[in-house]
Design a protein around this ligand. Structure first.
Ligand SMILES: Cc1cc2nc3c(=O)[nH]c(=O)nc-3n(C[C@H](O)[C@H](O)[C@H](O)COP(=O)(O)OP(=O)(O)OC[C@H]3O[C@@H](n4cnc5c(N)ncnc54)[C@H](O)[C@@H]3O)c2cc1C
Length: 465
């Protein structure tokens, strides 16, 4: 395999020594480790297709990998071939008239917006990892981000995808006309977590830059009040561009780091709320949001209109996970969704669970979408602590499911949430997922062992339970 792949991409771009494979041993979630058998880094689309065809010829399983910032262990390749896409970084075409761009999968999310700003356009989905993560990884995870509340998630911005299927054939999903006939196979592919094939070229929508932007910081002395204010803001009829919440533990972690943003460290919670659009009417939106926050006990509502002030506020939010990395050697990152109106109760429940297990939960999340990220910084080398953290996490996830929510809003199932799939879906539903996957990858060689528990598939279980 080493020789065959080297013949396609050059020996420099095939790694097999343990030291060279070590960087690919985990993704953004520190708790999982797995070493690939080989890592191959194609430099062109044709090389990528040739690599996949060689793997198909030999029946070899593989895992695609973008920047490796995923938070569900999805890009781990245990004993199989890892295909690194980070050399495929061309922005092939920007069409400002039709407001689309065609890119290779390894293009970094934030770079696309930087390079289209000259046309007055940007790529709206903005995961907090956007300075590193790739468009291919975003497509595979159907990534979200703070501004997806108003603009929609990745799925709403992908127009067309060229995909190399695990058998080496090429398919075009979606289309530039932006209206597809027949079944929405592009919709099925977006969010397929590397299990349906590899996106080789992606056409995305670009969105005009807003005329004006105001970012507000509201600080509260109670998490429950902040959560209630979220529902009040949405009920007012305004769709903020972003509506994010951070609790006191997160605020302190951020303020103690180089990402300090001037957040009030004595606040129980803060809301970051952004409105954008035509200048006319924006002040009115700000006034309505301010009133909603004050009505629910906000101590202060600050408004940043200058770009530098706004960026500082956002930097603290977007680098919050990194700031947590400073306070403990390990971090559990969770990603669940609850109906927005259940936020106050679920946050109180999470508080009780963390107190009962003696763990410190840091909540930082997309409040407007009800997409929670309860994170726990801790020391995994302490077995007793490790057990407590995992017991608390399990209860937190169950609390979200019981509240009518789900187990992932944007980070995907990968390895980390696979154990929760059977709490959420019944056997026939899991079986239907397996059969959908078989349409794209009948041999289950693409990203094996992820998303759907193997024993849930009819052909693995023998019977539908
Ligand atoms: C600090 C931090 C903040 C984050 N904030 C957010 C956030 O706000 N919103 C959010 O949604 N996520 C967030 N994430 C998670 C992560 O950045 C996203 O899931 C991102 O989309 C992953 O992109 P990647 O290039 O790193 O993909 P990887 O981690 O390399 O891969 C992720 C999955 O995609 C598959 N894959 C990669 N490329 C392709 C391809 N071309 N074709 C098919 N499959 C492919 C892989 O097999 C894997 O299953 C955050 C992560 C970190 C570390």
């Amino acid at each position: 395999m080493l020789a065959a792949l080297s013949a396609i991409v050059g020996s420099r771009w095939v790694k097999s020594r343990p030291a060279a494979l070590a960087p690919y041993d985990s993704d953004g979630l520190p708790g999982y480790h797995a070493t690939p058998s080989l890592a191959v880094f194609p430099g062109t689309r044709d090389e990528l297709i040739a690599v996949v065809r060689e793997l198909a010829r030999t029946g070899t399983p593989f895992v695609p990998r973008g920047a490796g910032t995923g938070l569900s262990g999805g890009a781990l390749a245990k004993g199989v071939v890892l295909i690194g896409l980070n050399r495929l970084t061309r922005i092939i075409e920007v069409d400002p008239v039709n407001r689309i761009a065609r890119v290779e999968p390894g293009v970094v999310n934030a770079r696309l917006s930087r390079e289209t700003v000259k046309y007055g356009l940007h790529y709206a989905p903005d995961p907090s990892s956007q300075s590193v993560c790739t468009i291919g990884g975003n497509v595979a995870e159907n990534a979200g981000g703070p501004h997806c509340l108003k603009y929609g998630v990745t799925l709403n911005h992908v127009v067309e995808c060229e995909v190399v299927l695990p058998d080496g054939s090429l398919v075009q999903l979606g289309g530039a006309s932006q209206e597809s006939e027949g079944y929405d196979l592009l919709g099925a592919f977006v969010g397929s977590e590397g299990c349906f094939g590899i996106a080789t070229q992606i056409t995305v929508r670009l969105v005009p830059l807003p005329e004006s932007v105001h970012t507000m910081l509201a600080d509260f002395s109670s998490v429950t009040d902040a959560a209630r204010a979220v529902s009040r803001i949405i009920a007012s009829g305004i769709v903020p561009a972003a509506l994010e919440m951070m609790d006191n533990a997160t605020i302190r972690a951020v303020e103690a780091s180089i990402y300090a943003a001037g957040y009030p460290v004595d606040a129980a919670a803060i809301l970051l709320c952004e409105v954008d659009g035509p200048v006319q009417g924006l002040d009115e939106d700000v006034a309505i949001i301010r009133e909603a926050c004050l009505l629910h006990g906000a101590r202060e509502v600050r408004v940043a209109t200058e770009a530098a002030d706004r960026m500082r506020l956002w930097q603290g939010r977007k680098k919050a996970f990194g700031a947590m990395g400073r306070i403990a050697p390990s971090l559990v990152v969770q990603d669940a969704v609850v109906p927005r109106t259940r936020l106050p109760q679920v946050l109180e429940h999470i508080d009780q669970i963390s107190a009962r297990h003696g763990v410190r939960v840091c909540n930082v999340f997309h409040a407007g979408d009800g997409n929670l990220h309860p994170n726990i910084p801790y020391d995994a080398s302490d077995r007793e602590q490790d057990a407590r953290v995992h017991a608390a996490m399990k209860e937190i996830m169950q609390a979200c499911i019981d509240a009518g929510g789900t187990i992932t809003g944007e980070h995907g199932v990968g390895l980390d949430k696979i154990g929760y799939m059977e709490s959420l879906f019944d056997a026939p539903t899991l079986d239907a997922m397996c059969r959908l996957r078989s349409v794209f990858d009948p041999d289950k060689r693409a990203n094996p062992g992820k998303v759907v528990p193997m024993h849930s598939c009819r052909e693995w279980a023998g019977v539908v339970r």
